[in-house]
Design a binder for this molecule. Structure first.
Ligand code: SAH
Length: 355
């Protein structure tokens, strides 16, 4: 039994069954035993690997995309260059390297990182030691200036609630304890939120739908800021337009594990529902596209060729080709991962997202 197992069972014994969202929040960010607070292993050897850890090409292309959006909006002289959930800091480091020669951009950029875990913050501090960086723990801390935002695999870590359709009503899926084991059950009270009523049209008895209030709240704040002060947000994550089914998953050491086991030792995520992101927006939102389409439109094939032709040896060449494949191929991250962007109403549609 992990320390979190004990803590969660005690809480259930005291307060009764727990929402999936509270369970995720505790497992990921408990101040002492949460996955991201302990010493999360990600990167090539870790539990999971993210796109920026696969290749520098990912951050370079997104950096140029952000720089173009900044120029398209008149190159504001002060702005927040904001990343949500920066992990090891690799993506921001690649973005900054790729945009070094964009005139005026670094001078104008107030590099700002939203990070909930002190452990991750220390890693980011190390990776970005050559830059002046500010950390925030809430979007309320943003100043009244444009924000150019990137978020890769951030929203999949935000808590979700799950609802199960029983006949024509919805019950919330809860985590309780039976025979000294954690188990899933259903809330006794039917849920009648408007959103759940609309999902009666495309679901059947027994189906699960997921709602992330945390995602809706972050998107609400970001989009209001973009609409009022200008800016742009580029969001990449795994998921699809409309969530259906149980997508909560636990990964330890590149292997799926039972979500109710290894609490605090497993990375817990859920697929991102891009329709819920679009619906929560108070500014303009692009069409959703696949990571493959976005990276191809931003020139990843060309960048791959350049890196291949300057590779020092055969092994380096193969690394670049294999990274290109992992980022764009359908059987890898190419179509499972999607992208969407937020920008001011009546502003230009950002590069890479043209319909
Ligand atoms: N974007 C990075 C890492 C993704 S892992 C990459 O592409 O490699 C998720 C990151 O989000 C971690 O840094 C984690 O500590 C942070 N995080 C998770 N939940 C958060 C929350 N509620 N608020 C702020 N940061 C959070």
């Amino acid at each position: 039994m992990t320390p979190l197992d004990r803590i969660i069972r005690e809480r259930i014994a005291l307060d009764g069954p727990m929402r999936v969202s509270d369970f995720m929040q505790i497992c990921l960010l408990h101040p002492e035993h949460g996955y991201y607070v302990k010493n999360p292993a990600f990167g090539v050897q870790g539990d999971f690997i993210t796109a920026p850890e696969i290749s520098q090409m990912f951050g370079e292309l997104l950096g140029l995309c952000l720089a173009q959006a900044w120029m398209d909006q008149g190159a504001p002289e002060v702005f927040h260059l904001l990343e949500l959930g920066p992990g090891r800091g690799t993506l921001m480091s690649d973005i900054l390297r790729a945009t070094r020669s964009v005139p005026g951009l670094h001078r104008a950029a107030d590099i700002t990182l939203l990070e909930a875990s002190d452990t991750m913050q220390k890693r980011q501090q190390h990776t970005l030691s050559g830059y002046q960086v500010k950390w925030i723990s809430s979007l309320d801390e943003l100043a009244e200036k444009p924000i150019f935002v990137v978020a890769n695999e951030f929203f999949d870590a935000l808590p979700i609630r799950q609802y199960v359709r029983v006949g024509d009503v919805w019950h919330e899926r809860l985590i309780g304890a039976q025979d000294n084991q954690l188990c899933f059950g259903l809330s006794p009270v039917a849920q009648t939120a408007d959103y759940l009523q609309t999902r009666l049209d495309d679901t059947q008895h027994g189906d699960i739908v997921e709602v992330s209030e945390a995602t809706q709240s972050v998107i609400g704040q970001l989009s209001e800021h973009i609409q009022t002060h200008g800016g742009y947000a580029l969001i990449i994550d795994y998921g699809d337009w409309t969530s259906k089914g149980d997508t909560l998953q636990a990964v330890v050491d590149h292997q799926y594990s039972n979500v109710l086991h290894s609490l605090g030792d497993a990375d817990l995520t859920a697929h991102v529902d891009f329709e819920q992101i679009a619906t929560a927006c108070h500014c303009a939102v692009s069409k959703m596209c696949t990571q493959q389409d976005l990276l191809e439109r931003l020139g990843i094939s060309h960048r791959t060729q350049t890196l291949v032709s300057s590779a020092a040896n055969e092994a380096q060449k193969n690394d670049v080709i294999s990274a290109y494949r992992r980022l764009t191929h359908e059987e890898e991250m190419g179509t499972l991962f999607k992208a969407i962007s937020l920008f001011p109403q009546n502003g230009p549609c950002p590069t890479g997202f043209e319909a």
